[in-house]
Design a protein around this ligand. Structure first.
Ligand code: NAD
Ligand code: ZN
Length: 362
């Protein structure tokens, strides 16, 4: 069976396009009782962006904290808060933030129309009812969460997304001005998530012309952003932000029709056991994968050098046997990722011993 890819219905791109959000929402405010739920990263509390949110009297502003990446328990708490706020469903949900906040907005849009707990829906196509209309406004670029059909959540038993066509945003608003003030290290880690999406997609066995078309362009954009020796001027940074925002979008499109690979499988293990965040976790794992992605890793190290990034080292040092085994089990469980990376016979190549040696290298 071929994938019947669910795409986003509407996309706005442009510097300053955030002002258009109110107009977009106007079309959703069908009657006087209509209200909008804004799900916003609390890093913007008291910042200029807060004042720019097109908030109307009946709306709800839900600040979310992403110091920890989204958990199912957090999604359930937030869902309850929204239910307590109003008896009716919001006319729209707007997620403003990075991958974590966008994922929380997606999860809320699903959990407001589907009964039970969010961990019950971790998996593929378990969602029964359509989501509330939802909009993504990324303020950090790289994850591709703005285009993907998943919301990645850590549950009581596993880190796994709620994957469904209903998860996909209805509208995306890409305003590169919003990523201007991301701290450079965070920008690098999340940007590298996109670079790694491209390498894993393009070098994978699932590659096809759909994914290649998006992946090659996204990779070229990542190189323009992270390999250039341009002076750090306001103008150059703005140009780079425009490119990075499109790289993230295209990188997400590329993996949507192929798959990620070894680096993501290993980073999920790191995240589950050590709580390592996605972008930095991917960088730590990728750095150890020169046998699998020799050219990609070489270029990645060059980018780290140019951007003066020092990765944390020895992150798995002192890990007891039980935790190491669990980390291996979590990573090994991501079978499609391994199959994409190493082919059908991947189990003969990526043995537990081999995986352990990779984790020890990190
Ligand atoms: P993030 O959303 O976790 O944010 C990282 C940090 O940057 C946070 O402290 C946040 O407050 C801050 N931040 C965000 N925007 C900022 C801005 N404009 N200025 C200053 N600080 C800002 O980071 P991320 O790398 O974008 O997302 C990682 C998350 O995305 C993980 O939870 C991961 O599981 C998820 N993810 C989802 C998908 C998907 O397809 N759904 C794909 C990859 C990753
Ligand atoms: Zn990723």
């Amino acid at each position: 069976m071929f994938k019947n890819f669910k795409m986003i219905s509407n996309v706005v791109f442009g510097r300053g396009s955030f002002v258009q959000l109110d107009d977009i929402l106007k079309k959703r405010r069908h009657h006087s009782k209509s209200w909008v739920l804004f799900v916003v990263d609390d890093v913007f509390q008291g910042k200029l962006l807060e004042k720019r949110i097109p908030f109307h009297a009946k709306d709800m502003l839900l600040w979310v904290n992403v110091n920890d990446e989204p958990k199912t328990s957090y999604v359930d708490t937030l869902t309850l808060k929204v239910h307590n706020f109003a008896k009716t469903l919001p006319a729209a949900i707007v997620g403003i933030g990075g991958g974590s906040t966008m994922d929380l907005a997606k999860a809320l849009s699903l959990m407001l129309t589907n009964a039970g707990f969010s961990h019950e829906y971790q998996g593929w196509d378990l969602i029964k009812n359509p989501a509330v209309y939802h909009i993504a406004v990324p303020t950090l670029s790289g994850t591709g969460a703005e285009v993907s059909r998943t919301t990645v959540l850590t549950g009581p038993e596993k880190k796994l997304g709620i994957n469904s066509d209903y998860t996909v945003f209805d509208q995306v608003l890409l305003d590169p001005e919003l990523i201007r003030d991301v701290p450079p290290t965070q920008r690098f880690y999340t940007g590298m998530d996109c670079y790694i999406h491209c390498i894993e997609s393009l070098q994978g066995t699932y590659i096809n012309e759909f994914s290649r078309a998006y992946g090659e362009k996204a990779l070229a954009l990542c190189r323009e952003v992270f390999l250039n020796g341009n002076k750090d001027t306001e103008e150059n940074r703005a140009k780079a932000d425009d490119k990075l925002m499109m790289a993230s979008f295209f990188g997400g499109m590329s993996i949507a029709y192929s798959q990620v690979g070894a680096c993501h499988a290993l980073s999920y293990g790191l995240s589950y056991i050590l709580g390592t965040h996605h972008g930095i976790g991917c960088c730590i794992a990728f750095d150890a994968l020169e046998d699998i992605y020799p050219e990609g890793v070489k270029e990645f190290k060059e980018m780290m050098k140019i951007r003066k990034i020092e990765l944390p080292r020895n992150v798995t040092k002192g890990l007891d046997k039980e935790k190491m085994d669990k980390m291996i089990t979590v990573s090994m469980g991501l079978e499609p990722l391994w199959e994409n990376c190493l082919g059908e016979d991947w189990k003969k190549i990526m043995t537990k011993t081999k995986m352990k040696s990779l984790f020890k290298k990190m």
